[in-house]
Ligand binder design. Structure first.
Ligand SMILES: *Cc1c(COP(=O)(O)O)cnc(C)c1O
Length: 362
């Protein structure tokens, strides 16, 4: 068996299961792709920024040229947006790659990575891949328990992930709690603030202050969510210059392609698109929370672009909704077998989702 010769940590891995694609659902169930609604991967229901599409279309003419491996224009645009310098910015093939770069840089068989019990699964996958110990801290009420996370730090801890807001719970921890927590974190621990949903917050957080203070933190952001460019794969990390320089060494020379760099620059500047997305999301969240309350369904109040709701048997509800052309996410892999996660869509998509859920639960 080939497995005998393979890296044991790879053999042990359970591959990440993404939201079910529309095409695959259409093929398997004999449905028309145009009739399928996907609310499974926290994608932007408004699509990409039209300005990003125009920039990418123009960039195609230069597709025969290697991208700028140093990402000068994109990193400069990101730095300017946050009042940082280019040396603070690392770009990745999605922010997932920044997670991987952090693990490349800090994990080995002696290291530990700390995350919350209902954290984004990629942290656990990466810790496993690098042979590190994954330390899971309970999150009562689905909110990160920062005191318990700080208490879990040992001499071997190298990375500590705080997704804020967290996926799949949609909850967040506030500024005061973060600052109190950071006072307890020793120098040998790098704190990764995964802020994929940051732009959806009504009360913004400031973790970049820790970057400015030179603390060992990395703030992760992405173009996949608010900017509607999940298919493009662009994310970035903001860190102190010495930490950013280490992460730069761990990446492939051309990790973010030229089309993606062009699209991301345009998307970051398109405030009309981000504002429209925020407004649509706010209305959609209110719609779901009211609908669940009216039906007596237990849900976790969310500040992100998705919501967790308890439906009894999550796998069954997922499968039944799928047959009716609505793709949501079952949560068994997050140890939440009774729950599904629904991404906020357009008003029409949300309406169809609730009607479908009603039929399935009846
Ligand atoms: C969606 C998401 C990301 C973004 O991943 P990309 O690789 O940038 O698409 C990162 N972290 C969390 C917690 C997410 O939910």
């Amino acid at each position: 068996m080939i497995d005998r010769y393979a890296n044991r940590f790879v053999c042990d891995l359970v591959a990440y299961e993404p939201g079910k694609p529309i095409d695959e659902t259409a093929r398997e169930l004999g449905l028309d792709p145009a009739d399928i609604v996907k609310l499974a991967s926290n994608e932007n229901p408004l699509g990409p920024s039209p300005k990003a599409v125009a920039a990418m279309t123009a960039a195609l003419d230069e597709a025969h040229i290697y991208p700028d491996g140093g990402g000068f224009r994109l990193r400069s645009a990101i730095a300017a947006k946050y009042g940082l310098e280019i040396g603070h910015v690392v770009i990745g093939n999605g922010s997932n790659e920044i997670i991987e770069l952090l693990c490349h840089t800090f994990l080995n068989r002696d290291a530990e990575l700390i995350a919350a019990e209902h954290a984004f699964v990629v942290y656990k996958l990466m810790a496993t891949l690098f042979g590190a110990r994954y330390v899971e801290v309970p999150d009562p009420g689905f909110v990160h328990d920062l005191d318990a996370m700080a208490a879990a730090i040992t001499d071997r801890t190298r990375l500590l992930f705080i997704a804020n807001p967290n996926n799949p719970t949609g909850t967040m921890v506030g500024q005061a709690a973060l600052e109190e927590f950071m006072e307890k974190v020793p120098e040998h621990v790098v704190v990764a603030f995964d802020e994929a949903y940051f732009e959806f917050l009504d009360v913004p957080l400031d973790t970049l202050k820790f970057v400015r203070e030179g603390r060992n933190v990395c703030v992760l952001r992405t173009c996949s969510k608010i900017h509607g460019l999940a298919g493009l794969r662009v994310g970035y990390g903001l860190a102190s210059k010495p930490l950013a320089a280490l992460l730069q060494k761990a990446r492939q020379p051309f990790n973010v392609n030229a089309i993606a760099q062009a699209g991301a620059i345009a998307a970051l500047e398109d405030t009309d698109h981000t504002e429209a997305t925020r407004a649509l999301n706010r209305a959609g969240l209110a719609f779901y929370q009211e609908a669940f309350a009216a039906r007596g369904l237990n849900f976790v109040p969310s500040v992100a672009n998705f919501i967790l709701v308890e439906v009894g048997d999550g796998n069954r509800v997922f499968a039944e909704m799928l047959k009716q052309g609505v793709i949501v996410r079952a949560m068994a892999s997050y140890k939440l077998p009774g729950w599904i996660r629904i991404s906020i869509g357009t008003a029409a998509q949300n309406q169809r989702c609730i009607e479908t859920l009603d039929r399935v639960l009846r």
